[in-house]
Design a protein around this ligand. Structure first.
Ligand SMILES: CC(C)(COP(=O)(O)OP(=O)(O)OC[C@H]1O[C@@H](n2cnc3c(N)ncnc32)[C@H](O)[C@@H]1OP(=O)(O)O)[C@@H](O)C(=O)NCCC(=O)NCCS
Length: 231
């Protein structure tokens, strides 16, 4: 498949396709409501999570017993309320994550993606697109941005979802790394625990995890910082 793919630098006529591939790529990493509930359960230390649930269980059963005066019914009600609390917590996290992603897409479109041609022709900044040679369509993109002296930052990596896992990401990385060689001492990039495919791709290309931070106290997502040094 990747034999039919070529990589070249961005041209203004690619703009709409690039923005769509970037937006779709970001939206595709968002977990479903069900996965968010799973993530939020895994996020907390089992001892803390279990303790909170036990406290809720006792509290709900006490309240239910006050109204029903039946041990069995109050226990059933309490268990149902605990399950409801878990789902509600997951749903809140889901809504916050969706909002954060929408804000990030909007921010990106108003920043470097607003005028790709202009932004990515400054200094060492560059933007590449992967083209399906049979159709002429843009199927992927990646960019490099000056970060600090001797460090370039990889940004905007995305491959159209219907042709993922066929080597397009590797082709984009090869072009980017070839360009960076000799221009910097290391390439850095930020990603997140929501992007296992990207993490696998970067590790495969020799990137090493340098830093990991939770996005915020209640969000079960970590931002990750990877680097690859040139020897
Ligand atoms: C990350 C992404 C760009 C990879 O593109 P791709 O064209 O599918 O990647 P490739 O086919 O070149 O895969 C190269 C290697 O990466 C790893 N990889 C890619 N997708 C993977 C997946 N879903 N699961 C596990 N490993 C994966 C594998 O090691 C793979 O090599 P292999 O197929 O020989 O095992 C693509 O999944 C994507 O656009 N994701 C959504 C947007 C995103 O997360 N961007 C990153 C922003 S930081």
């Amino acid at each position: 498949m990747s034999d039919d793919i070529s990589v070249r630098t961005f041209r203004p006529e690619d703009d709409a396709q690039v923005k769509k591939i970037f937006t779709d790529g970001m939206q595709s990493i968002m977990p479903s409501l069900f996965s968010t509930v799973q993530l939020s359960i895994q996020y907390h230390a089992p001892i803390v999570y279990t303790s909170v649930l036990l406290v809720l269980l006792v509290l709900f059963s006490q309240i239910a017993y006050y109204f029903t005066r039946s041990f069995l019914i109050s226990t059933i009600i309490a268990v149902l309320f605990v399950i409801l609390s878990i789902l509600l917590y997951g749903a809140v996290i889901y809504a916050i994550s969706q909002k954060m992603m929408k804000d990030f897409i909007r921010y990106s479109k108003g920043a470097d993606l607003k005028d790709i041609d202009n932004f990515y022709s400054k200094g060492s900044n560059r933007f590449w697109v992967a083209i399906d040679d049979r159709t002429g369509q843009v199927v992927g993109c990646v960019a490099i941005q000056e970060k600090e002296k001797d460090v370039l930052e990889l940004k905007r990596m995305s491959v159209r979802s219907d042709i993922r896992r066929r080597g397009v990401g590797v082709k984009l990385m090869e072009s980017l790394e070839e360009y960076c060689h000799g221009k910097c001492k290391k390439i850095a990039l930020g990603t997140s625990t929501l992007q296992p495919a990207a993490i696998a791709l970067y590790r495969k290309r020799g990137f090493v995890l340098k830093k990991s931070d939770f996005v915020s106290t209640f969000i079960p997502i970590s931002s990750l910082w990877f680097e690859k040094e040139f020897s």
